[in-house]
Design a binder for this molecule. Structure first.
Ligand SMILES: CC(C)(COP(=O)(O)OP(=O)(O)OC[C@H]1O[C@@H](n2cnc3c(N)ncnc32)[C@H](O)[C@@H]1OP(=O)(O)O)[C@@H](O)C(=O)NCCC(=O)NCCS
Length: 196
């Protein structure tokens, strides 16, 4: 088995081609930290939280908070794994929903390792989370935001059926200055209409 393979996931959700979603909790802290560090420079281009290179303790704390959020019903944090020969999964990305029950609205976030980009893994994972948001979670609306220049993320939002609802000027604050953010929304009705 590969040294960095994760074998502790209690359950997984298949995405096809040996890829899965699994709970993004502190159980996968080491493997998650490794992929985060490997992609740090790339993620820091778009995400202020990635500007400081993460420390292992910080990653563990972030994962613990996400798991608490899951138990509290305020988050749905998952990691993307790909099967490795000999058993287990290599962690290659992350997806999550932040759930606002009172507003009946969830916010979708995602990133994937550079070597696993362009395979449809994020799209398939996002579809699972959106289906869960509009199904069992009973949300009316899923939103996502991206820096206006993040064309790859915007293309994915549009492939998923999101509609652009506006640009928020200077809404993303980087140490080097603020950048504009575009917001997308998808309603339960539009999601269902696209999937008769
Ligand atoms: C934004 C990001 C998550 C998009 O990832 P992605 O892998 O391009 O997205 P998808 O999963 O939709 O894959 C799409 C590509 O897979 C291809 N693909 C291959 N097999 C596929 C399949 N079975 N189903 C769907 N698409 C498939 C598509 O044709 C498309 O190819 P293209 O990029 O050449 O057009 C990724 O670029 C990333 O992590 N960026 C850095 C972090 C970031 O920006 N996060 C978002 C902040 S808002």
């Amino acid at each position: 088995m590969a040294a960095d393979a994760v074998t502790t996931a209690f359950f997984t959700h298949p995405l096809g081609d040996g890829a899965v979603l699994m709970p993004r909790t502190a159980q996968i802290a080491e493997a998650y930290h490794a992929v985060l560090v490997a992609n740090n420079e790339r993620l820091a281009r778009w995400e202020p939280w990635a500007v400081a290179v993460p420390e292992p303790d910080g990653t563990r704390e972030f994962l613990e908070q996400a798991a608490h959020g899951w138990l509290a019903g305020t988050q749905l944090p998952v990691a993307i794994g790909v099967a490795v020969p000999g058993g287990g999964y290599r962690i290659v990305g992350s997806l999550g929903l932040r759930i606002g029950r009172t507003e009946s609205r969830a916010e979708l976030g995602y990133w994937i390792d550079a070597d696993h980009e362009g395979r449809g893994l994020v799209r398939r994972g996002a579809e699972v989370l959106i289906e869960h948001a509009f199904g069992p979670l009973g949300m009316d609306r899923v939103e996502l935001t991206a820096e206006v220049g993040n064309l790859r993320s915007r293309a994915l939002a549009e492939r998923l059926g999101f509609t652009e609802v506006g640009v928020e000027p200077a809404a993303i604050v980087f140490p080097t200055g603020s950048r504009d953010r575009v917001r997308y929304a998808l309603t339960a009705a539009d999601w269902r209409a696209a999937r008769p």
